[in-house]
Design a protein around this ligand. Structure first.
Ligand code: NAD
Ligand code: DAU
Length: 368
């Protein structure tokens, strides 16, 4: 008999990739998505799952513990994979309240519902998997060793602090009540369906449209990039064989400076445009469509307050215990990502309507 999953935040970037990955890889399983469809949630990202009898979409809020409890019972859920969150650091700096509401209170509401259903009943096997971030560990110096699961928490943004609080609540529900939990802390993801407020899709789309690419501060901050499907594979490993009560760091050993990443993206798009007259026709404002280079769009702008300098993940534990190996290098992953955005202009144009434009306008002026 298959597993019955509840995936919170399944219409967001990583959640949608996870749902599509899981349905493909686990034909026996049922997947129910619970998502409030905030600005970051897009039902269109789940189009490939619609109509599949193993899939159900429920629009709802994780903070509503009663509704979550009813859903867990009605669908006889045995595995909850918790992605739902406010996820963008810049937004957390301008408006931290939503981050506390969703990431802290929302996670607590889910834990309460899971406890009520799974621990008060017949004690059947269950799993609450909490998807978290490497940002809870704070910032590394240039020669510090990468984050391990034992690195002390030192969150620096309201986003990171809210995720740290949620990690602690998940741990406490295991230690105090015996809820069967696992947590994964992952580095920066990229790939299909990522909302264009995050660095890679933001820069990519701005290059296509010939608009400036904002690089914060000196651009020498380092992030550790992982292709989103490899993150999904890591979570699958933890769900299949991870030890209850444990946390696992997931990362790709791909440290790249922001400026180098943006320049690599510029070179990649210059080459794609040069090789393809149809792309030059579709994106006439892209510098390479007019014989220029995308790098001319790079602009250094004011730094993000409290900007973490470097993240790096030591993925040794998940590699040793669960045999985790990322399949995509940064080179192959970024090519797939560029191909996906070029092939899915309708998706990103649709998500850029409305709130996205308004938000960017407050950051960078009406050009955004
Ligand atoms: P996202 O912002 O793209 O998606 C979040 C989803 O959660 C959206 O579909 C949104 O509608 C939903 N949501 C928000 N509030 C909700 C609520 N109250 N009730 C129900 N649904 C709600 O986020 P993402 O980038 O896919 O990140 C998913 C998870 O992974 C987050 O917990 C994030 O902290 C974590 N994470 C992200 C990254 C990354 O690089 N993006 C890396 C490590 C960990
Ligand atoms: O490390 C995991 C985290 O990665 C996740 O927990 C977060 O949910 C996710 O948003 C991401 O956080 P970052 O802040 O690292 O991602 P972002 O894409 O916002 O920024 C990546 C880097 O690029 C960061 O150093 C800030 C910089 N940046 C970002 C934007 C949007 C710029 O220089 N210019 C920009 O316009």
């Amino acid at each position: 008999m298959g597993r019955r999953l509840l995936v919170t935040g399944g219409a967001g970037f990583i959640g949608a990739n996870f749902v599509l990955y899981w349905l493909k890889r686990h034909p026996e399983d049922r997947v129910v998505v619970l998502d409030a469809l905030t600005y970051a949630g897009n039902r269109a990202s789940l189009a490939a799952a619609e109509g599949d009898p193993r899939f159900r979409f429920v629009k709802g809020d994780i903070r509503d513990a009663e509704a979550v409890e009813a859903l867990l019972r009605a669908e006889r859920i045995d595995t909850l994979v918790h992605f739902a969150a406010e996820s963008h650091v810049d937004r957390s700096i301008h408006g931290p309240d939503a981050f506390i509401d969703t990431n802290v209170h929302g996670t607590h509401a889910l834990l309460k519902a899971a406890r009520a259903v799974w621990l008060a009943g017949d004690g059947r096997p269950h799993r609450f998997h909490h998807v978290s971030t490497d940002e809870v560990y704070g910032s590394l110096g240039p020669s510090d060793p990468p984050f391990t699961e034992g690195t002390p928490y030192a969150p620096n943004s309201p986003y990171a602090a809210s995720k740290a609080a949620s990690d602690h609540l998940v741990r406490a529900y295991h230690r105090t009540y015996g809820l069967q939990v696992t947590t994964s802390n992952c580095s920066n993801n990229y790939g299909p369906f990522q909302f264009p407020e995050k660095l890679i899709p933001l820069a990519l789309i701005r290059i296509l449209e010939g608009r400036e690419i904002p690089v914060y501060g000196d651009g020498r901050q380092v992030r550790d990039w992982l292709y989103v499907e490899d993150h999904c594979r890591g979570i699958e490993g933890v769900l299949d064989a991870g030890r209850v009560g444990e946390t696992y760091n997931i990362g790709g050993r791909n440290e790249i400076r922001n400026l180098d990443l943006v320049r690599a993206l510029c070179r990649l798009l210059d080459a794609r445009m040069a090789a393809d007259p149809e792309l030059r026709r579709r994106f006439p404002a892209c510098p390479a469509a007019r014989g220029g280079s995308a790098a001319s769009l790079i602009r250094f702008v004011a730094d993000r307050p409290g900007h973490d300098r470097r993240y790096a993940i030591d993925a040794g534990k998940i590699e040793r215990e669960l045999g985790f190996v990322p399949r995509q290098s940064f080179d192959s992953g970024i090519r797939r990502t560029v191909d996906w955005y070029l092939a899915n202009e309708r998706w990103w144009r649709a998500v850029m309507d409305g709130s996205y434009r308004n938000w960017l306008a407050t950051q960078y002026g009406t050009d955004s």
